[in-house]
Design a protein around this ligand. Structure first.
Ligand code: NAG
Ligand code: CU
Length: 314
């Protein structure tokens, strides 16, 4: 069993090693800081973490605080994580925070984490669209207590469906010192590792087959408007993690479409004119079981198979 898994993992790595992505640069407001000035530098280049029990899930491999500076921010400030290469694996983006007992640079991330943002897929006409960007922007919650925090972004790549493929975590942590905040107690919280399980539907889902709703793994998203009192908010973990407005809204509309077409070939609404006109950008998906999109790679790249469910223009 173990051999089967590592063989599968190995073949993925081999076919897909050329260009992963790193959340390497932080901006606060419109000020963009040098690469890895305030983000802990990992030592595994652009490779993902796949071990659900590893401490490397927190901030990535080798990412320690000692050589990283901590940036001062105001509660409510806008921040941006910029990548070296835009995200190109399908999957959700999440942003977490964890308060350091003292200095962020001394903190190993072993304390509780709360989640401030999720970006799941949008469903339309039986097709899912993931938000794959070169940067992601959000705001520090206005009501969190002052102090030093790790600010963590995560791309969970689920393009190679479990169990044939192993989902990949691309993650990085910034060190921030917050002032001007409030007295909220963010909840629910989770430990990392521990927050993600191979039984989470959002981890095991096959996004190429009958895919019409999605729950982002991890604790429910917390915001200042929600349960700032702390302690009171029922064990919402599973309930609230489905809250992402977009998927919920579209679930109802998407389901009928998918149900009626799930076994027959999906006559995709309009996606592509015949077959000559389309083109998949480099690193995009170009095939795999259940794939109904374009299979022609932009010039300069060719469609290569990663596994039965995923081929990619490389
Ligand atoms: C889709 O919704 C159903 C019903 O709520 C749930 O059981 C399932 O886990 C969801 N799938 C995903 C991938 O979140
Ligand atoms: Cu990859």
């Amino acid at each position: 069993m173990k051999n089967v898994i590592s063989l599968a993992a190995l073949s993925l790595v081999v076919s897909d090693v050329s260009a992963h992505y790193i959340f390497q640069q932080l901006s606060i407001g419109s000020t963009k800081y040098p690469v890895f000035q305030y983000i802990r530098q990992n030592t595994n280049y652009n490779s993902p973490v796949t071990d659900l029990t590893s401490n490397d899930l927190r901030c990535n491999v080798g990412a320690t605080g000692a050589s990283t500076q901590t940036v001062s921010v105001k509660a409510g400030d806008q921040f941006t994580f910029t990548l070296d290469t835009p995200v190109y694996h399908q999957g959700p983006i999440s942003i977490y925070m964890s308060k350091a007992p003292g200095a962020a640079s001394d903190y190993d991330g072993s304390g509780p984490w709360f989640k401030i943002h999720d970006i799941g897929p949008t469903f339309s006409g039986g097709q899912a669209t993931w938000d794959m960007e070169g940067s992601y922007t959000y705001n520090i919650p206005t009501c969190i207590p002052d102090g030093e925090y790790l600010l963590r972004i995560q791309s969970l790549a689920i393009h190679n469906p479990w169990p044939a493929g192993i989902p990949q975590f691309y993650t990085e942590c910034a060190q921030i010192s917050v002032s001007g905040g409030g007295s909220a107690t963010p909840s629910p919280t989770a430990l990392i590792p521990g927050a993600f399980k191979d039984t989470d539907p959002g981890y095991t889902v096959n996004i190429y087959s009958n895919f019409n709703n999605y729950t982002v793994p991890g604790p429910a998203v917390w915001s200042c408007g929600s349960s700032s009192g702390g302690g009171g908010s029922t064990p919402t973990t599973s309930k609230a993690s489905t809250t992402t407005a977009k998927p919920t809204t579209t679930t109802t509309t998407a389901k009928p479409t998918t149900l009626s077409t799930s076994t027959t070939k999906v006559t995709t609404t309009t996606t592509t004119p015949p077959s000559g006109g389309c083109s998949v950008a480099k690193y995009g998906q170009c095939g795999g079981n259940g794939w109904t999109g374009c299979t022609i790679c932009a010039s300069g790249s060719t469609c290569s198979k990663s596994n039965d469910y995923y081929s990619q223009c490389l």
